[in-house]
Design a protein around this ligand. Structure first.
Ligand code: GDP
Ligand code: MN
Length: 349
């Protein structure tokens, strides 16, 4: 998932990277400056400068904002523009932290000749673009002294956000300071579930929105067997095994590590909103305690009078206690995932 320039710059600012003063507007009426500014189309496609999406203005800011808001850049309509103080650029630097899939690590990319032609430069003079795999902290020492702290911040951002790319092009030398004049951040889509702050931008279903607010990792699917598991890997495996035995999952729900009785109750509330035909609960207790899961389950079932069939696997921390709570309430559990999957598929036949 790509972030817009202004979203990236908000993140840069939070991490202490200098960015120009500016504001996002969607109408010329919202503009109240008439000094030297840059008006920048907020679109996700690259190369805006060359496509006319970057314009300078001074007394005519409103007109320029209007003209940029009318543009369509490489098929993407401009809905917002960023109006920023114009920088007096002494040098344009390229700096990025990117995933190098071949080297299986994050890599620093740096060039003293940044700007809009960096792609061409990388092809025509590859030696002018430094590539440093980040295997340890020494990687940063290979950069010029003043660049190093900025690179370390980009690295922090890419780790914190699970980004495939965190790029500043150009990083501008201006009055003795380094200022990020542009931003490009791409979050790994496979990690978006860990960053609910960005998922609001996606088209979440009503149930998914509720789940985000409850701190649950939930994805609505099309089947009729609801799933609760702990750990994204285990939940994925649960979906797979269900599919293998011919079942159709109604959702993905990772209740997370160390889930409490209350969280289990919340999770049940969420998965039952889709009115599934059966529920498959697959918990591997580590930090999560099986007795907490069992208590949450029984509390919920009793208080709401739930009669929908459930297949439960509880393994690990406080397994015996958990199974006893279930048994005392006439819910049986199975130890093998295969058995569970087969049984729950039979139940919905
Ligand atoms: P991109 O084309 O989408 O990458 O947009 P950028 O934000 O990188 O802007 C493209 C180019 O416009 C930069 O490489 C700069 O040369 C120029 N530019 C952007 N902001 C400023 C500014 O504040 N002052 C000056 N002088 N040039 C700027
Ligand atoms: Mn740029």
């Amino acid at each position: 998932m790509k972030l817009l320039e202004h979203e990236g710059k908000t993140i840069f600012k939070k991490y202490g990277i200098e960015v120009p003063e500016g504001a996002v507007v969607s109408s010329a009426d919202d503009v109240d400056v008439s000094k030297d500014v840059v008006v920048k189309a907020q679109v996700l496609v690259g190369g805006r400068g060359k496509a006319g999406g970057i314009k300078f203005a001074s007394s005519d800011v409103k007109e320029v904002v209007n003209s940029v808001l009318k543009l369509e850049i490489k098929g993407e309509k401009v809905k917002e523009v960023l109006v920023e103080e114009k920088l007096d650029i002494e040098q344009e630097i390229y700096l990025a932290v990117a995933v190098d899939r071949n080297a299986k690590c994050l890599t620093l990319l740096y060039s003293e000749e940044g700007g809009v032609d960096i792609e061409q430069l990388a092809v025509s003079s590859p030696d002018k673009v430094l590539k440093i795999p980040i295997k340890d902290n020494n990687a940063f020492d290979k950069l010029p002294e003043d660049i190093k702290p900025v690179a370390e911040k980009l690295y922090r951002i890419s780790k914190d956000l699970d980004a495939e790319l965190v790029e500043i092009n150009p990083l501008v030398k201006c009055k003795g300071k380094l200022v990020a004049a542009d931003s490009k951040i791409i979050i790994d889509d496979n990690a978006l579930f860990r960053h609910p702050e960005f998922s609001k931008k996606e088209n979440l279903t009503e149930i998914e929105k509720l789940a985000v607010r409850s701190g649950l990792q939930y994805v609505e699917l099309k089947g009729n067997i609801a799933i609760i598991g702990n750990g994204a890997g285990l939940v994925m495996a649960t979906l797979d095994i269900l599919d293998y035995f011919g079942g159709r999952p109604a959702n993905f729900l990772d209740i997370g590590g160390g889930a409490s009785v209350e969280k289990m109750e919340k999770a049940l509330g969420i998965i039952l909103m889709k009115k599934p035909k059966a529920v498959f609960i697959n918990i591997f207790g580590g930090i999560t305690r099986c007795d907490d899961i069992a208590s949450g389950l029984i509390n919920y079932v009793k208080s709401k009078g739930i009669t929908i069939p459930m297949v439960v696997r509880l393994i690990g921390t406080n397994e015996e206690e958990g199974k006893k709570i279930l048994n005392d309430n006439n819910i049986s559990s199975l130890d093998s995932m295969e058995e569970c999957a087969k049984k729950v598929v039979e139940l919905v036949r």
